[in-house]
Design a protein around this ligand. Structure first.
Ligand code: C2E
Ligand code: CA
Ligand code: CA
Ligand code: CA
Length: 272
């Protein structure tokens, strides 16, 4: 559809033109932001049933010179469309591994792991595995403390290739988490074959878990499924004690959400 738009005569309305030029301005800004090192990571704690911090998820932020702090929802989709997700993803991986090495050096954070979100394009890149290994080596971080968060659609694109890549990294101890579980094209057959360590219950099921019986049923089914497959399960988007209590009562042992901490700079987090 994109190629057709370029080659055929069609009329542009001013709104479309404005949107297109805003996109190319943003693309240029992302490029420049990478050169000027404007991307940073916020970390959100993952806790166990006792409230101990097990680690954190790295969530990218853009410190834009004019716009201030920009959320990933505003630039990740365009970064994915333009291929800029590749250098951005490498930057994220370097920052997260550097942080991991720092945590490992301090007694009260030594056991923490870091979870890094990986886009489809990054994961499909033929050098992905080697780049992760290089970054781990350069940073001195332990592969056993690195978790990669993938989404269902990403892996189902080429299941055999995904399995090979996961196995290569898992041999060294890197963990794999299936993000936003339940929102994608779940196929239970594939789930059985993928060498995963963890499922993350999407926050859309957690939000109304106390009031919507369907969401409660889905959350409980995911918890049971994870346990049957020998996988850890993490509930994300936990905002209230009631949600935490319900999920815990139904077998969930790991939690992430505003109830325990918002994504933030690491100094705040290591005081927990
Ligand atoms: P995600 O991986 O599902 O991350 C969880 C999102 O939920 C984060 O939004 C987080 O700030 C937010 N969140 C955490 N706890 C709560 C809560 O209790 N309530 C509510 N309402 N929200 C909560 P954020 O940081 O804006 O990130 C959005 C998405 O952008 C992420 O969703 C992820 O898909 C993507 N993303 C973030 N960082 C990266 C990155 O480094 N690389 C890639 N490829 N994608 C990233
Ligand atoms: Ca995630
Ligand atoms: Ca998620
Ligand atoms: Ca999400």
């Amino acid at each position: 559809a994109k190629a057709q738009g370029r080659n055929t005569l069609c009329f542009f309305d001013p709104a479309m033109q404005a949107a297109a030029s805003a996109r190319s301005a943003l693309e240029g800004d992302i490029r420049q932001g990478l050169q000027r090192d404007e991307f940073l990571l916020h970390y959100q704690p993952v806790v166990n049933a006792a409230g101990d911090v097990l680690g954190a998820e790295a969530l990218v932020r853009w410190m834009h010179p004019q716009r201030g702090m920009v959320s990933p929802g505003e630039f990740i989709p365009l970064a994915e469309q333009t291929g800029l997700i590749l250098p951005l993803g490498r930057r994220v991986m370097r920052l997260a591994c550097a942080q991991l090495a720092q945590w490992a050096a301090m007694p009260h954070t030594a056991g923490w792991s870091v979870a890094v979100n990986v886009s489809a394009q990054e994961f499909r890149h033929p050098h992905f595995v080697q780049q992760v290994l290089d970054t781990l080596r350069e940073s001195g971080a332990s592969p056993r403390r690195l978790k990669l968060e993938l989404t269902e659609s990403l892996m189902l694109h080429d299941v055999e290739d995904s399995i090979l890549k996961m196995q290569a990294l898992r041999t060294l101890g890197v963990g794999f988490s299936l993000d936003d579980f339940g929102t994608g094209y779940s196929s239970l057959g594939y789930l059985k074959r993928l060498p995963l360590d963890q499922l993350k219950i999407d926050q859309s099921f957690v939000r109304d878990v106390l009031t919507d019986p369907n969401d409660a049923a889905i959350a409980c089914t995911i918890i049971t499924l994870a346990s049957s497959l020998g996988l850890d399960v993490v509930a994300e988007g936990v905002e209230t004690e009631g949600q935490r209590a319900f999920l815990l009562r139904n077998g969930c042992q790991q939690f992430q959400g505003y109830l325990f901490g918002r994504p933030g700079v690491v100094d705040l987090l290591s005081n927990m």
